[in-house]
Design a binder for this molecule. Structure first.
Ligand code: NAD
Ligand code: TYD
Length: 360
């Protein structure tokens, strides 16, 4: 019976990862440590909240006392660190929380795991610290080329810099103390439970609520999209089979410009909504508004996943066509989830982030 400490498990990828674990294994125990920021939502885990092999702890990964107490109470085998401030636009407006959670929080977790797992000179058998990172630490690509694990780190936003800092701390615990670690660096995820500040759910929500569709700059920036369950499977493989101390890139192999993504969402919604639904008639490319570009906007991300494919046998299994259709369907079927996360503070966020862009 393995015990997982999943941090940030109430967020988008963390909750999908916990669902993946619960479907795949029945002999595990999962502790979900999450602060429940605006991005954390226990509704994402409603179906498993009463499961006997799951417990939720509300708290902050920078809280040393709390994190230590979890290691004292449970025999943690794996730490999977998803907890982070994750949105680039917010990091541009207000970087402080990114430094605190992403860097300091990772440090607190590393120290707690080291205290619990290092016995004299010897690490306890079967332990692992997996840092969930991002391709954004590699910076921005031109029209050609791919990020491999040996691409130099060149982060360009406060978000990606804080993630790169955390990666370096994790690497230092391997180099200095031989801590059993892995780092995974994944491309842009999409799927159920993603907060509608990120491109895909924001566009779905705006289409459904009759708002403009704000495309930054010329709309030709490129991201490499991966369905969240493929990412979850990659992390699980790295936990069990990844070579200690190694970094593994995980990429969708699916590059698209932002403007193409927006048009695909429009078409998918128009296909899935029934005739006669008043929202359907209002969804159109004429709602696309080119707005002021993001500061320091990375032009292109594209991942070379050769290493995880050849060493661990991983590959993305969901085509973009299947993934985007089931994602759009999920948002249509879960309109209450969407309503709840877009009420209250979301309106203020939206106004603050987008009104100036439209004027600019
Ligand atoms: P998210 O913003 O949806 O979720 C983050 C979760 O962390 C939330 O539940 C939040 O409440 C929690 N959290 C934030 N600060 C915390 C703190 N101090 N203590 C405890 N919990 C805290 O993010 P996501 O998109 O699910 O991303 C998860 C991880 O994956 C992040 O580390 C991110 O950098 C990485 N990642 C994301 C993507 C992507 O496309 N979304 C791609 C590659 C890597
Ligand atoms: P995002 O989902 O924020 O992910 P990231 O910046 O971490 O890759 O944005 C994806 C792309 O979409 C990015 O190039 C910025 C662009 N974008 C828009 O054009 N409009 C929007 O409203 C948002 C949120 C993003």
């Amino acid at each position: 019976m393995k015990t997982y400490l999943v941090t940030g498990g109430a967020g988008f990828i963390g909750s999908n990862f916990i669902h993946y674990l619960m479907r795949k294994y029945d002999d595990i125990f999962v502790i979900n440590l999450d602060k429940l920021t605006y991005a954390g939502n226990l509704n994402n885990l409603k179906d498993i909240e009463n499961s006997k092999n799951y417990v939720f702890v509300k708290g902050d990964i920078t809280d040393t006392k709390l994190v230590d107490s979890i290691f004292h109470k449970y025999n943690v085998d794996y730490v999977i660190n998803f907890a982070a401030e994750s949105h680039v636009d917010r990091s541009i407006e207000n970087p402080m929380e990114f430094i605190r959670t992403n860097i300091e929080g990772t440090f607190v977790l590393l120290e707690a795991a080291k205290k619990a797992w290092l016995k004299g000179e010897q690490w306890e058998e079967g332990k692992k610290f997996l840092q969930v990172s991002t391709d954004e630490v590699y910076g921005s690509l031109g029209e050609t080329g791919y990020f491999s694990e040996s691409t130099p780190l060149d982060p360009r936003s406060p978000y990606s810099s804080s993630k790169a800092s955390a990666d370096l701390l994790v690497k230092s615990y391997f180099e200095t103390y031989q801590m059993p670690i892995n780092i995974t660096r994944c491309s842009n995820n999409y799927g159920p439970y993603q907060f509608p500040e990120k491109l895909i759910p924001l566009m779905i929500n705006n289409c459904l609520s009759g708002k403009d569709l704000p495309v930054y700059g010329d709309g030709k920036n490129i991201r490499d999209w991966i369905y969240v369950e493929d990412h979850a499977r990659g992390i699980d493989l790295v936990v069990h089979k990844g070579k200690i101390g190694q970094v593994y890139n995980i990429g969708g192999g699916n590059e698209k410009t932002n403007i193409d993504i927006v048009k695909i969402i429009i078409n998918t919604l128009r296909k899935l909504l029934p005739d006669g639904d008043i929202r359907k008639e209002a969804i159109s490319e004429s709602n696309i508004k080119y707005v002021k570009d993001r500061k320091g906007h990375d032009r292109r991300y594209a991942i070379d996943s050769t290493k995880i494919r050849e060493e661990l046998g991983w590959q993305a299994m969901t085509t973009f066509e299947e993934g985007i259709e089931s994602t759009v369907r999920w948002y249509l079927d879960n309109s209450q989830w969407l309503e709840e996360v877009t009420s209250g503070a979301y309106e203020d966020y939206y106004k603050k982030m987008y009104i100036d862009r439209e004027r600019g």
